[in-house]
Design a protein around this ligand. Structure first.
Ligand SMILES: Nc1nc2c(ncn2[C@@H]2O[C@H](COP(=O)(O)OP(=O)(O)O)[C@@H](O)[C@H]2O)c(=O)[nH]1
Ligand SMILES: [Mg+2]
Length: 253
C-alpha cells in the first residue's frame, strides 16, 4: 500500500483563492495512485472561508476542516496541523504544506514525493532559489526579504541543499515531524507568526535533516488579496531565533 499524502493548508480569509486551489488539487487527485487527503486549518477567518469550506467538507470525504474560533496566527495553525498529522497518520506518510492563496501549483507534488522516496529525504522544499525556480509578480521588497532570509539562515541555521527558508510549499515525512517534536519536547514551534516556517528549519538544522529542493514557480501574479505577512515582525522573529534555538539536550530513555 502506498504512503498517504496529506495536504495541509493554513487559511485566513481566503474565500477567493481556496476554491481555485481545491479545484486544482481535485484534478491532481484524479491522476495519482497515492491516497490523498486535505486538512484545512481555518484560522478564525472573518470572510466566507468557513462557510465555503463546510460545503466542500460535506461534499468530499477526503477534505477535512479544522476551525480555530479566533485568529491565532500562521504559527499556531501549522502547530495544529503538525499535531493532527502525528496523531492520525503513519511515519511513512507525507505532509505537504502549501499557501492557500493559489500561488503554489499542486501539480508538482507527486514529483516532489517521488524524489523524497528515491533519495530517502525527510523534507523537500519548493524553492525559488534552485535551478529552474522562478517567481512571477513578486514585489521588490518581498524579493529582498526572501533573499535576505536565505543568507541569514544559511549562515546561522544552514541546512545542506537548502536555499529557500521562507517558502511555505514543502513536503515533510510525518515520522520526521514526530521525531523532531519529541526531541524538542513540544517546542518545535514557539511563535504564532509567519517566522514559524523558518523556526521549523532552524530547529531541524540542529538535529540533522536530509533535505532537498525542487524548483518552485511562485505564481504571485495569481494572488488576489494582499499578503498577510508583516515583514518587520517576521524579521524580528528571525533575530529572536538566534537566542531561542539551541540543539536539544537528548533525553535519557
Ligand atoms: N492559519 C493562518 N493562516 C494564515 C494567517 N495569515 C496568513 N495565513 C495563511 O498563510 C499563507 C501565507 O500567507 P500569504 O498571505 O499567502 O503570504 P505570502 O504568500 O508570503 O504573501 C496563506 O495560505 C494564508 O491564508 C493566519 O493568521 N493564520
Ligand atoms: Mg502566499
Amino acid at each position: 500500500m502506498n504512503s498517504k499524502i496529506i495536504i495541509g493548508l493554513p487559511a485566513y480569509n481566503e474565500e477567493k483563492a481556496l476554491p481555485q486551489l481545491l479545484e486544482k488539487i481535485k484534478n491532481v487527485k484524479r491522476t495519482i495512485t497515492y491516497p490523498l487527503e486535505i486538512i484545512i486549518i481555518n484560522d478564525g477567518s472573518t470572510d466566507n472561508t468557513r462557510k465555503i469550506l463546510e460545503e466542500y467538507q460535506s461534499k468530499y470525504s477526503y477534505i477535512k476542516v479544522i476551525n480555530h474560533n479566533k485568529n491565532k496566527g500562521l504559527g499556531a495553525a501549522i502547530k495544529t496541523l503538525f499535531y493532527t498529522v502525528i496523531k492520525n497518520y503513519k511515519d511513512s506518510d507525507f505532509l505537504v504544506t502549501m499557501d492557500s492563496d493559489n500561488t503554489h501549483n499542486p501539480s508538482h507534488i507527486i514529483k516532489m514525493i517521488k524524489r523524497m522516496e528515491n533519495e530517502n529525504l525527510d523534507l523537500i522544499i519548493a524553492s525559488r532559489f534552485t535551478k529552474g525556480g522562478k517567481e512571477i509578480g513578486v514585489p521588490i521588497i518581498r524579493k529582498l526579504y526572501s533573499r535576505g532570509a536565505k543568507y541569514f539562515f544559511k549562515i546561522f541555521f544552514g541546512i545542506k541543499n537548502i536555499n529557500d527558508y521562507s517558502s511555505g510549499f514543502r513536503v515533510y515525512r510525518i515520522g520526521y515531524i514526530r521525531k523532531s517534536i519529541d526531541l524538542y519536547q513540544d517546542n518545535l514551534i514557539t511563535t504564532n507568526g509567519f517566522d514559524c516556517m523558518a523556526e521549523i528549519l532552524a530547529r531541524f538544522s540542529k538535529i540533522g535533516v536530509k533535505a532537498g529542493e525542487y524548483p518552485l514557480m511562485l505564481e504571485y501574479n495569481l494572488k488576489e488579496g494582499k499578503s498577510k505577512m508583516d515583514i518587520g515582525k517576521t524579521i524580528l522573529g528571525y533575530l529572536g531565533l538566534l537566542k531561542r534555538v539551541k540543539k536539544p539536550v537528548l533525553k535519557n530513555r
